[in-house]
Design a protein around this ligand. Structure first.
Ligand code: AMP
Length: 394
């Protein structure tokens, strides 16, 4: 998809309404515990300041259910944001003409949590028009919110010339590189708990990939559908038909599906539970499959050696509970090594995936890690994201 970039925008002397994602995690003392999303917004803000625009930042924070809630105010962002920019950002509880008139070229203002208004999540045209009337351009820089047709993530774009911010641009360029026009062979690793949350994703991927690795709890559903005994493992037996349909579709599309060849089982779902690696026909009735086994990791490494592009979503086992993080850590490290050596393009995303790859110490060597959860998944499902659609240039 061709989209409108910041470099295409007329910015000098203009007011830019900018959607960022400041929905950051907070520690027990209320401070920002992971500033990744704030850091992601800095290049666009600096760009706009240098271009001599007035910058009006919009973001949601948490789920205030359409009414003001002081506990979910965005004001706590001002201090870390100002420090990172080396410039004092102003905060305003509301967006109005006086707030904009008080600004000079290069100034930045952050407006209170967009979800304090119920109209935000309804995608209300009136609210979008009101916000748009205070600016000249709209910059969408929050890919992580782009799967929602909310006022600030998409609808304002119907009333103003709209451009991708630099974080959005990086996201879209890397995602295109991984799935729109990737270098073949293309391989995906899809793990996680359940098939039920990833049916659309698997169905879309088998049409586009050469190799699809299914891991984590969801692999149990596929193994059970093939007639393997999975004991007490997490398994959606009612989705056996769905799993078989996905495998048939993959075969027709020439996509090779890789399931675990061996597994690590335990009797208890807890860290450091006594465990053993075993073959698929050695899973006892009271066993739980909690990770892929060492043979599977070797097999994945062989496939990664052959692949040119790798897309990763979801852990291969119960990675929060050591030692059931082993296959995820080993496979991620191998992918990172190949990527660092310039032999693989590796793109990853989706909630737990970022945590799993950071835990493996592999995150920095991946080509790109999306900070988006739901938006990354919907993009992998092949869906049109409303907040990306407004950026389309043809
Ligand atoms: P998801 O949110 O769908 O990406 O799933 C991630 C969750 O799946 C993590 O919390 C993992 O602990 C969990 N998970 C992965 N493999 C297994 C497994 N074999 N049994 C139980 N839970 C698992």
């Amino acid at each position: 998809m061709k989209f409108k970039r910041l470099e295409d925008a007329e910015l000098t002397g203009k007011t830019a309404i900018v959607r960022v994602d400041f929905n950051v995690p907070r520690g027990p003392d209320g401070s920002v515990s992971d500033a990744t999303r704030i850091e992601a917004a800095l290049p666009t803000i600096n760009y706009l300041r240098q271009a001599g625009a007035k910058t009006v930042l919009l973001s949601h924070f948490g789920r205030p259910k359409g009414e003001p809630n002081p506990a979910l105010s965005l004001e706590f962002i001002i201090a870390p944001l100002s420090e990172m920019l080396g410039y004092d950002v102003t905060f305003s509880e509301k967006l109005d003409k006086s707030a904009i008139d008080a600004m000079e070229a290069g100034d930045v203002i952050l407006i209170e949590n967009t979800r304090f208004a119920a109209q935000e999540t309804q995608g209300d045209a009136g609210m979008a028009q009101y916000i748009a009337s205070h600016g000249n351009v709209f910059i969408q820089d929050a890919f992580s919110a782009a799967h929602r047709r909310h006022v600030s993530s998409a609808v304002i774009g119907e009333y103003l010339p709209t451009y991708a911010g630099l974080a959005m641009e990086r996201e879209l360029d890397h995602l295109a590189q991984a799935l729109e026009h990737p270098k073949a062979p293309v391989m995906a690793v899809v793990g996680g708990a359940k098939v039920s949350t990833k049916i659309d994703l698997l169905t879309n991927l088998v049409d586009k990939l050469d190799i699809l690795v299914i891991g984590g709890g969801m692999a149990n559903t596929f193994l059970a559908a093939q007639g393997h005994k999975v004991g007490k493992s997490l398994c959606e037996h009612d989705l056996a038909d769905t799993a078989r349909k996905i495998m048939t579709r993959a075969a027709k599309a020439n996509c090779e599906i890789i399931l675990p060849h061996d597994v690590v089982v335990a009797k208890e779902f807890k860290a450091h539970a006594e465990s053993r690696a075993c073959g698929l026909d050695e899973v006892a009735a009271d066993d739980m499959i909690l990770d892929a086994g060492p043979e599977t990791v070797n097999l994945l490494a062989d496939y990664m050696d052959k692949a040119a592009t790798l897309i990763w979503n979801g852990p291969l086992g119960a990675f929060e509970l050591p030692p059931f993080d082993t296959s995820t850590v080993e496979a991620a490290k191998y992918a990172a090594k190949l990527t660092k050596a310039g032999k693989l393009i590796a793109v990853a995303g989706g909630g737990d995936t970022v945590a799993a790859l950071k835990h493996a110490g592999a995150a920095n060597d991946f080509t790109f890690i999306s900070t988006a959860g739901g938006a990354f998944l919907e993009w992998m499902e092949g869906k049109t994201l409303p907040g990306v659609d407004i950026l389309r240039s043809e």
